[in-house]
Design a binder for this molecule. Sequence first.
Ligand SMILES: [Cu+2]
Length: 143
Amino acid sequence: MRVLTVLPALACTAALACTAVLADQTPSPAGAEVYIIKPANGARVKSPVTVVFGLKGMGIAPAGVKFDNTGHHHLLLDTGLPADLTQPLPATDNIRHFGKGQTEATLDLPPGKHTLQLVFADFTHTPFTPNVASTKITITVTK
Ligand SMILES: [Cu+2]
């Protein structure tokens, strides 16, 4: 009987400790939101395409600068959110960082359909918890 009562407490303690070590994400305030101001979802546009980033409920700080309730924009181009949002976002052609605090970007895009999505992340490029991301939009670049 004694073993049975002690074991669940140990398991719980271990689980909490594990969570504390793995989850190194910054909390986002309630109501925080990022969104694409333009282009509009479904827009037909010519390259180069200027994408304007919107933000509500948080502020912008350059990458590397830790300040409460701030972060910087990341644009996902033709890709979805990474499966593991507890890790820093990689910097690739499809995951673009705006670590100087930019609020828009001008992209050279080949003709055809492209998807755009914003994800806001903290000074270490790690998404917030809960995650702050826009809906994914689709645009068509015409010749
Ligand atoms: Cu970043």
